[in-house]
Design a protein. Structure first.
Lengths: 304, 327
């Protein structure tokens, strides 16, 4: 039972990380209609910025701030130089150009930092374990990730529903010509939305990099999971991104934890492990296929 | 097919043959291998172009079909080498190392995968379609990594190249000849297909779906057919690629592979028959020339791609041919 509770918390933590990635992707899709493959690169840049600054200053918190700043700054720069020329193009051009951006960022990072993974040391406050009610001992940092995810989700909902910027973002989704005609600087708005998404991706990269390792190419598997999340949740919906992220996080974590044991009940142990883990790696895609059969535009997606 | 429109396609194909033959005569087998790679990647690109260029279906998952073709080849060949059956149920199936026996299997398996993935993905449109095809290809990629029977992450090698009646497949030029012949046959079939009523309907569905529906054609069936055919061609290309390297690994299924196949199509020019060959040739030449100069040649490739997307959206053949012809 404790083991299951731990896996549920792991799934929650994984889902929160995916949410930070998927929120930026879905905002950029929803508002600008842009498919951004380079979102995973921003995640990687955030992780490297955190690792470099934390190593130079000795402070994890400065590193975390640097990850937000670096990813947001790079996001804004890329938006101004390349991305904004792609809004009017078809999705194929967007795919190709942002795929090219991945090549540039990955090689650039490899050139700066080398191919070897970097490791971050956690701040003392968060490096221990916490005993939860019921006797479960759980790493404090993973709990902190869940809390950060919840805070970001609340912050985003507040931003979108309660602030002037949020009103403009929603108006931009609905009718971009109209709000441009009403005197809103749409180019600036787009740059801000893109930088916001980039900052979230950078934060996510820094947090995951602290648990795992920081290396070139780390953003790519996460990017594809974030795509699956966005497809399940529905493009443009922050709420959908949250629900989708939790579904994907839980399905993947619980599938990997439980399936091998489930197969072991009627198969020999080694075969059960390989069949179980192979199927568990496919589980979220099966989930996506099921959602698409049921709702081709995702759970909360309005537009095709 | 008007000759003025077809001529650039002949020129590109003839140039590829000329490079391979001259390289072989002057004793540069490595260049022949590069030309073979161009023919194989070009073939995968011609396949993708059917869905992407003519049908407007931006599939970011063609590595799935390419990789499946490769894995079918490697699995059949490795079972033939170890003389063990591939399957014992419902009937005993042995491996084989005859290309002519392997290809139909590779094409069928890739086609079946394209049928399932296509039927699900084509329920969606636009950005969703791109992401869903990508996700399904990743599913196969992770499956190949975590399934240990056929090598998992390490891949699967077979030590002898498969055989073709009347040819010595180990001679670089002869293997190139086999690949180039398959490429030529496929190009002729795709040309006939795109000029046919089916091809017209496919292009019409891309241009104006509402009108196509109004004239009584179901776009879903047309698109699914194009997607399956496209996957089959990619599967054949994967089978040839496996034979070229005598090795397959999950890398063939990865999304970088899907991205590269798209690059071949776009570099050459979307919807041009020989475009993918030109695109693959440029890509492989760049890799060959820039690779030794800098380990970071992919960054240069990235910059080049961004420039092409921003300033030459019709691709290299479009650039070279100006406004003329769009066959």
């Amino acid at each position: 039972m404790l083991l299951l509770a731990e896996q549920v918390l792991n799934g929650l933590q994984y889902g929160m990380m995916l949410f930070l990635m998927a929120a930026g992707l879905t905002l950029v899709f929803g508002v600008m209609g842009l498919i951004n493959l380079a979102h995973g690169s921003l995640y990687m840049v955030g992780a490297f910025a955190c690792a470099a600054v934390a190593a130079a200053t000795g402070s994890f918190w400065l590193g975390l701030a640097a990850s937000l700043a670096a990813a947001a700054a790079l996001g804004a720069l890329v938006e101004i130089v390349v991305i904004r020329r792609l809004y009017a193009r078809d999705h194929l051009d967007q795919v190709l150009a942002t795929f090219a951006l991945i090549l540039v960022f990955s090689e650039g990072t490899r050139w700066l930092f080398g191919s070897f993974p970097l490791y971050l040391s956690l701040p003392p406050v968060l490096s221990g374990a916490v005993t939860l009610p019921g006797g479960l001992i759980y790493p404090a940092f993973r709990l902190a990730i869940i809390v950060i995810g919840v805070l970001v989700a609340l912050g985003l909902f507040w931003l979108i529903t309660r602030t002037r910027l949020g009103i403009r973002i929603r108006a931009g989704e609905a009718d971009r010509e109209m709000i441009a005609a009403l005197g809103v600087d749409i180019a600036k708005l787009y740059t801000m939305v893109f930088a916001l998404g980039a900052a979230l991706a950078g934060l996510s990269g820094a947090l995951v990099g602290s648990v795992q390792s920081v290396q070139v190419g780390m953003g790519e598997p996460v990017l594809i999971l974030a795509f699956v999340t966005v497809v399940i949740g529905g493009i443009g919906s922050i709420k959908g991104a949250l629900i989708g992220a939790l579904l994907v996080g839980m399905t993947d974590t619980l599938g990997k934890a439980l399936l091998p044991g489930l197969f072991a009940r009627f198969m020999e142990a080694s075969a059960a492990t390989s069949v179980g883990s192979a199927l568990a790696s496919m589980l979220i895609y099966v989930l996506m296929a099921l959602v698409l059969i049921w709702r081709p535009t995702g759970l909360y997606g309005a537009r095709a | 097919m008007r000759l003025t429109g077809a001529l650039p396609n002949f020129v590109v194909f003839a140039a590829l043959i000329a490079v391979a033959v001259i390289a072989d005569l002057t004793g540069n087998p490595y260049i022949v291998t590069l030309a073979t790679k161009v023919a194989i990647f070009g073939l995968a690109g011609v396949g993708l172009n059917l869905a992407l260029g003519y049908g407007g279906l931006v599939s970011f998952g063609h590595a799935a079909f390419f990789g499946l073709g490769g894995y079918v080849t490697a699995i059949l060949a490795s079972h033939a080498a170890s003389a063990t059956p591939v399957a014992t149920f419902p009937f005993t199936m042995m491996g084989t190392n005859e290309m002519l026996a392997i290809w139909p299997f590779a094409i069928l398996v890739a086609g079946f995968a394209a049928l399932v993935i296509g039927a699900l993905s084509l329920r969606t449109k636009g950005v969703y379609f791109i992401m869903v095809t990508l996700a399904f290809a990743q599913m196969l990629y992770y499956f190949a990594i975590s399934w240990p029977t056929y090598g998992g992450e390490d891949g699967l090698s077979f030590y002898v190249r498969n055989t073709f009646p009347g040819a010595n497949t180990f001679a670089p030029l002869q293997f190139f000849g086999i690949c180039a012949t398959m490429l030529a046959i496929t190009m002729v079939l795709v040309a006939l297909l795109t000029q046919s009523r089916f091809g017209l309907a496919l292009r019409a569905a891309k241009e104006n779906e509402t009108r196509v529906i109004a004239s009584g054609i179901k776009p879903f069936a047309i698109r699914l057919t194009a997607f399956v055919l496209s996957g089959m061609v990619a599967g054949l290309a994967g089978a040839l690629f496996a034979d070229l390297n005598r090795f397959v690994s999950p890398t063939m299924l990865s999304w970088h592979m899907s991205g590269e196949i798209i690059i071949f199509v776009i570099l050459g020019g979307v919807g041009r028959l020989a475009g993918p060959i030109a695109g693959a040739a440029v890509f492989i030449t760049l890799e060959y020339l820039l690779g030794p100069i800098s380990d970071h040649w992919q960054a240069l490739l990235g910059f080049l791609l961004i420039l092409i997307v921003l300033f030459a959206p019709k691709g290299l053949m479009g650039l070279a041919l100006g406004k003329r012809g769009n066959a």
